[in-house]
Design a protein around this ligand. Structure first.
Ligand code: 4NP
Length: 173
């Protein structure tokens, strides 16, 4: 029925659709899998109508589980990310996700290089800009450093992801 169509359309477009978030880094084995795991934990904790995934641009680790140091630090914080597998960013991610959060300027340039239009880039921001809009602060790559770099990654991401969760909870994302 005509009216039903409008009601259904309204609900589909404005209320039922989950907020979809993509976390992006270079290798998709350290920072963005940690961000995905932390966001997933918030989705469960606050029962958010949201979904999260992660992707990278470096194909070297495609199909791999997260770096063992990333998995170990996350486990210390009570989050299991061992089931994740690295995948490459794809152009269709621009259509499939509402927000695309990058870790650093290299990731931002990588995403921009495959964007097809301005609408695509409106979805993209540095994840720490959630805390300090426009500052473009990076989450540094911990891959080549020691274990403490992964704890720092966790600490940098924690406040930003809590704020993303609060925005979704309050209907602002
Ligand atoms: P990530 O760290 O971007 O935080 O996953 C990296 C891991 C591996 C590589 C680069 C960055 N790599 O080139 O192998």
């Amino acid at each position: 029925m005509h009216q039903d169509f409008h009601i259904k359309h309204f609900y589909n477009s404005n209320m039922v659709k989950p907020t979809k978030i993509l976390m992006v880094c270079l290798g998709n084995i350290c920072r963005s899998p940690m961000a995905e795991g932390m966001m997933q934990a918030k989705i469960e904790k606050y029962k958010l109508d949201a979904e999260v995934d992660s992707a990278g641009f470096e194909p070297f680790h495609t199909g791999d589980a997260p770096d063992f140091r990333a998995a170990r630090v996350m486990k210390q914080h009570g989050i299991d990310i061992s089931g994740q597998r690295s995948r490459l960013f794809r152009v269709s991610d621009f259509d499939d996700f509402d927000h695309i959060y990058v870790m650093d300027s290299g990731n931002y340039k990588d995403v921009k290089s495959v964007a097809r239009n301005g609408v695509h880039m409106q979805k993209v921001d540095y994840i720490l800009n959630i805390l300090n809009p426009g500052s473009n602060e990076p989450v540094p790559d911990p891959y080549y450093g020691g274990e403490q770099g992964f704890e720092r990654t966790y600490q940098l991401l924690d406040k930003a992801i809590e704020l993303i969760a609060m925005k979704i909870k309050n209907g602002g994302e």
